[in-house]
Design a protein around this ligand. Sequence first.
Ligand code: SF4
Length: 211
Amino acid sequence: MSEYNRDQWHGLTAIRDALGQMTEEEVEALRASLSPYLEFRRGLAGFHARYFHDYCRRACYETGLSACCGFESIITFFADQLITRLLVTKAEMDLLVQVLKRPNTTGRCVFLGAQGCRWRLPPISCAMFYCEQAKASVFADAPEAAAIFEELRLLEKRFTHPDQPVLFDDLECHFRRKGLQTPQMYYHFSPGLLRLKAKGGILDDSLRIRK
Ligand code: SF4
């Protein structure tokens, strides 16, 4: 198992086990806290369907290029993994974990399957990514899409940019307080994110992961 696959396996199984020890009420409260984020993701999916879907299908999917899924080590946050676990059945989550046990000889993202991404809700860094060629082509044909995308980028920051309390950090904090530590808890060990939290006055030093 590669280091990346091992880290992903560690994160996903730790979340599965931690949720397994929580009461149904606690899990439901976590699910309820996702509503604004899921609404944002529905808006983002609608934007993609309206402006980028056809272009990406023609340029990448039909040519077999799949350029944006062409990296083996895509960044995922703890919150990406937790949110997915909260949205899927245990069987679906087990499938996501199983794929990590196979050697990845594709040179592409380990989560890319024959039908596309295996995540029910792809990680935010994937969902917000469009290559320069795609943006140039789509924005030339539909100039209003550039402004809508910028609005979506600002909205995304409200969930992920920790210069103020944000969902992605809050979810990590919740599980750090329970003693959980996984390689994807970047809001607790990434120097850049820690600096932003310190600047915003929301750094709880006792929850930091020292690597
Ligand atoms: S996680 Fe999904 S969307 Fe992201 S690179 Fe992998 S296959 Fe593509």
